[in-house]
Design a binder for this molecule. Structure first.
Ligand SMILES: [Zn+2]
Length: 455
């Protein structure tokens, strides 16, 4: 067989271990793994010189088309994702106006016309009708993942509607009936956040830590405990997004031990930044907030020990107002640096294994959201979504795109140097290639389409 692309002389790493050799790609899929000598008949062979090759990052958490246009974000931000070794992104997306069924068709078509890498959707529950629509959404669109927000008061700067407990419980009851149903929850007690914010606003403080202290970690811990209980009662898998509380992974591990299907996600900024870092201002406002050193180190224990299941960037490009802390839009961008941050602070500084990194970044997100083994695997038959990593390259973070970067000027060790999406090179650090917009494909598809791509 003549292969399309062979990456040889590679440290091939997946969630289970590693081997040295080559990976051969044909028609967008991994066709063979093993000794390069057997794969010399290829259109293109790249000698990666002993570098690491692993499954591309599946970023399960981002928001595009919130501040800037959706089509524009799907171009610029998926190109940024490709540079960061990300081959699939899952958007938490909201429709304020009505049914998700026409919305899915529209966002999928516009995504496939613009995106550089593959993408899929989780749908936000923003009105009671959305709960009743879950079964139909799953049948018609294939989307089986739903998000409930908390902690956003009426009139918040980005117009998110917080879920009532009855919406969350109702969504869980519906999603529990689906084969890959899952409900994600932004865990912060909405009523307590409103009460405590009033007290803090009255002090007149405008520093970043004032925002953090207006939503103390216990409001998140309390909500996590309650959502675990909802999950236990309904039998619906629970995905706790952007966890900042060190107790989050501990509570989730305890729940898992008694059979509750709960996954904790955290984000690179909660592992690398605190609200007390002197260089940060109100523009580093994120929801939920950056915390302190104690929570940060506690989260690392969860990352290294297994309590944390996935990493998501919560990438969202916002134009910040740079003014009033309470009116500032919460969110930062991270696609291009998530992998480097984890290599630098996880693998190099804390001794995390590369397999554990693949588990957090690719294998677990793929399994949680029903994409495995099409995605998240370095195996024959899987999509050839791969990232080549130079563990020792040192480079300074520079950001010239949209949104707020919290790492400008940081010297990080470990960078993606090539990204392959379904067999196509979509980023190569060694050459300035034309960015292939409009080749990304939607991965959350109805069952009728899924049959064609299943292994
Ligand atoms: Zn988010």
């Amino acid at each position: 067989m003549k292969f399309d692309l062979v990456l040889k002389n590679a440290r091939l790493v997946d969630h289970a271990g590693e081997q040295f050799g080559a990976v051969a790609i044909k028609d967008g899929r991994i066709a063979a793994i093993g000794d390069a000598a057997a794969f010399d008949d290829a259109v293109r062979t790249v000698d990666v010189g002993g570098k690491v090759v692993m499954p591309g990052v599946i970023d399960p958490h981002c928001h595009l088309g919130v501040n800037y246009g959706y089509d524009d974000d799907m171009r610029t931000e998926t190109a940024a994702a490709a540079r960061g070794g990300v081959t699939t992104i899952l958007l938490f997306i909201r429709n304020m106006d009505g049914s998700y069924i026409p919305f899915y068709k529209d966002r999928r078509e516009r995504g496939e016309s613009n995106a550089v890498v593959d993408f899929g959707f989780h749908f936000g529950i923003q009105r009671e009708e959305h709960v009743g629509e879950i079964a139909e959404i799953a049948r018609v669109t294939g989307v089986q993942s739903f998000k409930c927000h908390m902690g956003y008061e009426p009139g918040n700067p980005i117009g998110i509607v917080s879920s009532t407990d009855s919406w969350i419980f109702g969504a869980m009851r519906e999603a529990a009936k689906l084969p890959n149903g899952v409900v994600s929850v932004h865990c912060e007690n909405t009523e307590l956040v409103q009460l405590l914010k009033k007290d803090m606003v009255a002090t007149g403080r405008q520093d970043l830590a004032a925002y953090t202290e207006s939503r103390p970690v216990f409001v998140e811990e309390e909500a996590i405990a309650r959502m675990i209980r909802f999950s236990e009662i309904t039998g619906c898998p629970l995905y706790i997004v952007h966890t900042t509380a060190a107790k989050g992974p501990v509570m989730a591990s305890e729940a898992r031990a008694r059979g509750v299907d709960v996954t904790v996600e955290t984000c690179p900024h909660y592992l690398t930044r605190t609200a007390y870092d002197p260089d940060l201002t109100a523009t580093a406002k994120i929801s939920p907030p950056l915390r302190d050193r104690e929570q940060l180190e506690g989260l690392w224990e969860g990352v290294l020990g297994g309590g944390v299941g996935t990493l998501g960037t919560d990438h969202v490009p916002f134009e910040k107002n740079g003014g009033d802390l309470w009116k500032e839009k919460p969110g930062v961008v991270s696609f291009p640096w998530e992998l480097s941050l984890m290599l630098h602070f996880g693998v190099h500084e804390r001794g995390m294994s590369l397999s554990r990194l693949v588990e957090l970044n690719s294998y677990n997100p793929a399994k949680r959201f029903g994409l495995y083994p099409q995605k998240g695997a370095l195996a024959v038959g899987s999509d050839a979504d791969l990232v080549v990593v130079d563990l020792d390259e040192e480079r300074v973070v520079e950001h010239d795109g949209k949104g707020t970067c919290l790492y400008e000027g940081w010297n990080l060790r470990g960078w993606p140097v090539m990204t392959v999406s379904r067999g196509e090179v979509v980023f190569d650090a060694a050459q300035e290639a034309v960015v292939p917009y409009g080749r990304g494909r939607c991965v959350t598809v109805p069952e009728s389409e899924r049959a064609m791509v299943s292994l």
